[in-house]
Design a protein around this ligand. Structure first.
Ligand SMILES: [Zn+2]
Ligand SMILES: [Zn+2]
Length: 427
């Protein structure tokens, strides 16, 4: 018998997280996300029969973890577990995903509503039962409401699934909270499994100094940022270090920021966040937008990789002036406009032959680097029997595997499965 883990997505790839646990004939699903192919079309995880599920847990609101979950409500109504901010932000992101990709998606708003009605909302540390499974969510430090799932199977096998995780404290969130528990299996992400992030305070100082230089010489800084997480970090940082600088917020970040306020009990320091929001101008329409870039200040706007959103409008407006600047603070996927801009210094698709404004990239990741990931494995090493490395490019996964073997030894089984594979976990 034993506990089985089937990889439906997120095996050897970043995103499309979907992991099916099976024990004593009962199934439990961890995340059900989507990915995008080279043409930007959505890719879905492997099929699962919703009626067979004892439950589903969603770690956080990013589409690569929640984007496929409404599919489960076409033919079923499984109970789905997540934090309140994950559901609220997830709904915004899924509606946007539907709007842009309806042709490729088999579910509609109706299934999203069915999913919401079946949601069992959990706070960190609150225990829940799902059939003969039990689970607890704790903070993952990645975005508002993001969680690690601690799952105990019907036969008593204890699993932790990190989702996307950050092990350092940031302006908006506390670091991930590792629950005290004797773990048998760790399912760990590896987005930055081979990367050592530079110390956060040094990156932030460099960003602040650069903003200060540009704004004091009368320039405008555009910071294209992911609407969930990164935008909120940036407004807090600027408020703390450069409170006299005008900050404008545009795009979907505005709605998400309101949700950050609504769920302030999930923030590290609600006071800091409230103050940052009070000192930020929310762009309400074209009149505001046309005014914002003409004055010295900072514009924080989605999309983080310059794939659409108001950041494209601002980029075109400020690109031709050397006193302005574009500071990229998000991950830039290969072939995304942001990546092309960094590579070639121009962007023909937006009519920018050569960017005259200053351009810089800052590593402000919301994922743990290799050392943070190793620390999680070390934390549980005395009882761990299985480590399953997922949600990473093959190179990063192999690197992290090597790092863990060097530090923990080979008493523990380390798996690096691909999509479609099934693992039998050692008890
Ligand atoms: Zn992810
Ligand atoms: Zn994420």
């Amino acid at each position: 018998m034993g506990v089985k883990l089937r990889i439906l997505g997120g095996g050897g790839e970043v995103g499309r997280a979907a992991y099916l646990v099976e024990d004593s004939g009962e199934k439990f699903l961890l995340d059900y996300g989507v990915n995008f192919d080279e043409e930007d079309h959505p890719q879905f995880p492997g099929h699962v029969r919703p009626v067979e599920l004892s439950g589903v847990a969603v770690t956080h609101a990013h589409l690569d973890h929640i984007g496929a979950a409404p599919l489960l409500y076409i033919t079923g109504r499984p109970r789905i577990y997540m934090t309140p901010p994950t559901l609220d932000m997830g709904k915004i992101l899924i509606m946007d995903f539907l709007k842009l990709n309806a042709y490729y998606i088999d579910y509609e708003a109706e299934e999203l509503a069915a999913m919401s009605s079946r949601a069992k909302l959990l706070h960190y540390g609150e225990e829940a039962e799902a059939g003969d499974y039990s689970l607890i969510l704790t903070s993952a430090g990645h975005i508002l409401g993001s969680s690690i799932v601690y799952l105990t199977t019907p036969s008593g096998h204890r699993i932790a699934y990190t989702g996307d995780i950050n092990t350092i404290q940031t302006w908006t969130l506390n670091r991930a909270e590792l629950w005290p528990m004797k773990l048998d299996t760790l399912i760990i992400e590896s987005t930055y499994g081979s990367t050592k992030h530079p110390p956060r305070h040094l990156v932030e100082k460099k960003l602040i100094d650069s903003i200060d230089e540009v704004v004091s010489s009368g320039g405008t800084v555009l910071i294209p940022a992911f609407s969930v997480g990164r935008s909120q970090e940036i407004i807090c940082l600027i408020q703390a270090e450069l409170p006299h600088v005008d900050v404008y917020l545009d795009g979907m970040s505005r709605d998400i920021t309101s949700l950050y306020l609504k769920y302030e009990e999930f923030l590290r320091d609600p006071g800091i966040f409230r103050k940052a929001v009070e000192n930020t101008y929310f762009i309400r329409g074209w009149q505001d937008r046309r005014r914002a870039w003409r004055k010295p200040g900072v514009i924080v706007s989605s999309a983080g990789m310059l794939k659409g959103g108001p950041s494209v409008y601002y980029l075109k407006k400020i690109a031709g002036e050397p006193r302005n600047a574009v500071f990229l603070v998000s991950y830039q996927a290969v072939n995304s406009p942001g990546h092309i801009l960094l590579e070639y210094g121009g962007l023909e698709e937006f009519g920018i032959e050569r960017l005259k404004a200053r351009l810089q990239w800052f590593d402000l990741s919301s994922h743990a680097g290799k050392d943070g990931l190793l620390d999680i494995a070390l934390h549980y090493k005395h009882t761990l029997k299985n480590i399953v490395i997922v949600h990473g490019e093959p190179d990063a996964i192999e690197y992290l595997k090597k790092l863990i073997v060097e530090n923990i030894g080979d008493d523990v089984n380390i798996y690096t499965p691909l999509n479609g594979e099934e693992i039998t976990l050692e008890d």
